[in-house]
Write a protein of this length. Structure first.
Length: 319
């Protein structure tokens, strides 16, 4: 039987890198009008996707083998209790704020909140909850993937077969994205069918974990993180290269970093500041965007607005 994947603080360290990339990207756009800085910081979402695919796959497999958990509803129940309360709180808070400050936009804000809590926000654009599109993609993916994975486990499918299936699914998404690409970056960026390959890469390495966990990823993991940072800083935000193979390439880079962290090969990621930020990453992700927008709308100077937004985001995330 496979060894259970226990808690690994280095994975929280990776979450810290992902959320900082997203925060810097949105701050540069919304607070200081410096779109050129960390223009591809949204790649932090892709790192989250790969992390999520890997961890969810291992959780489902481990709970099946070690705890006898074989019903999909138990998986969804745990995710609901862990994720929904914070999401609902942000949705209610943004609705109350909009109703108080911009009354004419209340219905729109209510629709945003409903889209967020029902995980269909990737079908809407803009608003104070625009960041929840990525949560929608994950939940839409797991709505299908979790039962299929459990079904495969019930049929005693080998991990190597599961990995090959995940790899084939990644290839299918890549091919479909080539076919579907029409030059509209913004219009296609949030489509589940065009972005699922990052989560699937995580699923692939999660399925293959029994074999690849014995490899040493110390050097490869460090190089992968360096490549990720360079991509965040240097690659243009809406470059077509992302849709023509770039998304999958960066997912592969992220996968190497995830494997290194899961094995404990990147001890620097386990230092307390990284771990603390990583453990707060979900709350930071939920709260930063509406706070950044609210501060941007009310700002008088960029320096003050940046400081205020940072303080408010930290306070809301810790609360």
């Amino acid at each position: 039987m496979d060894q259970r994947l226990g808690y690994q603080p280095q994975l929280d360290g990776l979450r810290a890198i992902a959320i900082v990339a997203v925060l810097v990207h949105h701050a540069a756009i919304l607070l200081v009008d410096a779109r050129w800085f960390a223009s591809s910081g949204w790649l932090g979402v892709d790192l989250f996707f790969v992390l999520s695919g890997f961890l969810i796959t291992r959780i489902v497999i481990d709970r099946y083998h070690f705890d006898g958990e074989r019903e999909p509803w138990l998986f969804y129940q745990r995710r609901f209790y862990r994720l929904f309360p914070a999401l609902a709180a942000v949705a209610i808070a943004q609705l109350a704020y909009v109703a108080a400050k911009y009354r004419s936009e209340t219905l729109y804000a209510a629709a945003d909140g409903l889209a967020a809590v029902f995980y269909v926000a990737n079908f809407r654009t803009g608003g104070f909850l625009g960041q929840t599109w990525s949560l929608a993609i994950e939940e839409q993916f797991y709505l299908v993937a979790a039962p299929l994975l459990l079904l495969a486990l019930r049929r005693h499918m080998r991990w190597s077969t599961l990995a090959w299936i995940a790899g084939a699914a990644v290839a299918a998404v890549v091919i479909w994205r080539f076919i579907a690409w029409d030059g509209d970056f913004a219009g296609q960026y949030k489509r589940t069918d065009l972005r699922a390959d990052a989560v699937l890469v995580g699923v692939l390495i999660g399925c293959a974990w029994p074999r690849i966990r014995t490899f040493n990823f110390r050097m490869a993991g460090a190089v992968a993180i360096a490549m990720f940072v360079v991509a965040v800083i240097a690659v243009p935000h809406e470059a077509s290269v992302w849709f023509l193979g770039g998304f999958t390439a960066i997912a592969a880079v992220c996968a190497v970093a995830v494997l290194a962290a899961a094995r404990g090969d990147l001890p620097l990621l386990a230092i307390p500041p990284f771990v603390m930020v990583g453990r707060l990453s979900y709350s930071l992700y939920l709260w930063h965007f509406p706070i950044f927008i609210a501060v941007a709308l009310a700002r008088r100077d960029t320096t003050t607005s940046g400081v205020v937004a940072g303080v408010l985001t930290a306070a809301a995330s810790v609360a």
